[in-house]
Design a protein around this ligand. Structure first.
Ligand SMILES: Nc1ncnc2c1ncn2[C@@H]1O[C@H](COP(=O)(O)OP(=O)(O)OP(=O)(O)O)[C@@H](O)[C@H]1O
Ligand SMILES: [Mg+2]
Length: 222
């Protein structure tokens, strides 16, 4: 279980530019949770995502995984970004997915299957010759191949055309069962296909936490 206890975050603390992005966030995510995070621009969603992924140490409170303080070095949590191209550093799909890992082609193919990219068609393709949606799925395969326990995605559906968006929604609906996933999104149309629980943020606070349909209704009728 991933637990946030009184987590808050102030950017540039102690300077004239200090800005509070999160305050007193308390959250328990049991293993295999499927969560979406919604809320207006600037409400703290990305800040929360970075903290959940272990990429940002909150300035207040603690975040623990099974009672141990979360550390990125452990590799239990992972994040894939909206701008997938920034995360893809190798020339080909195969080289990128196995980047830094001693993996055989079977593991690479299995990760490509997880993101609905046919390994036979995509394994040797050049990253630069993929569409934006395909690049995003390769980045996700590169994360899944590491078998994180917690996967955090910030706006994975933003800017995709309808077919690419649909295939990514399908992928997110079929993530490995033992994974906890947290998806930050403004695109709530298919939210119930990718999550059963939703968090609604409002200016740095969790203002609703519950079943997706219930929280999304609260989000439109405050
Ligand atoms: N590096 C930073 N330094 C200072 N303030 C920041 C920084 N990053 C974010 N903020 C501020 O913290 C608040 C929360 O930002 P955050 O990016 O977490 O919001 P968000 O909900 O993800 O917004 P969006 O929907 O626009 O992506 C905002 O007011 C933002 O301006
Ligand atoms: Mg954001």
């Amino acid at each position: 279980m991933l637990v946030l206890d009184h987590v808050g975050h102030v950017y540039s603390a102690g300077t004239p530019w200090a800005h509070r992005a999160l305050a007193d966030v308390n959250l328990q995510l049991p293993d295999r949770s499927r969560v979406i995070v919604v809320g207006p621009n600037g409400s703290g969603k990305s800040t929360l995502a970075w903290i959940l992924a272990g990429l940002l140490k909150p300035s207040e409170g603690t975040i623990t995984l099974d009672g141990e303080e979360l550390s990125i070095a452990e590799g239990h949590t992972a994040m894939a970004f909206q701008h997938a191209r920034l995360q893809l550093l190798r020339p080909t799909v195969r080289a990128d997915v196995r980047f830094g890992l001693d993996l055989d082609d079977g593991a690479v193919d299995s990760a490509l299957n997880d993101v609905a990219l046919d390994p036979a068609r995509f394994r040797e393709r050049r990253i630069d010759e993929l569409s934006g949606g395909e690049q995003r799925r390769v980045a996700l395969a590169g994360v899944l191949v590491r078998h994180p326990r917690v996967l955090v995605l910030d706006e994975p559906l933003a800017g995709l055309d309808a077919p690419s968006r649909e295939s990514l929604v399908q992928v997110l609906g079929r993530l490995p069962a033992d994974l906890t996933s947290v998806v930050v999104t403004h695109d709530t149309e298919d939210a119930e296909r990718i999550a059963d629980r939703a968090l609604l943020l409002g200016t740095g606070h969790i203002v609703a936490d519950g079943p997706v349909a219930q929280v999304l209704t609260a989000a439109v009728t405050p």
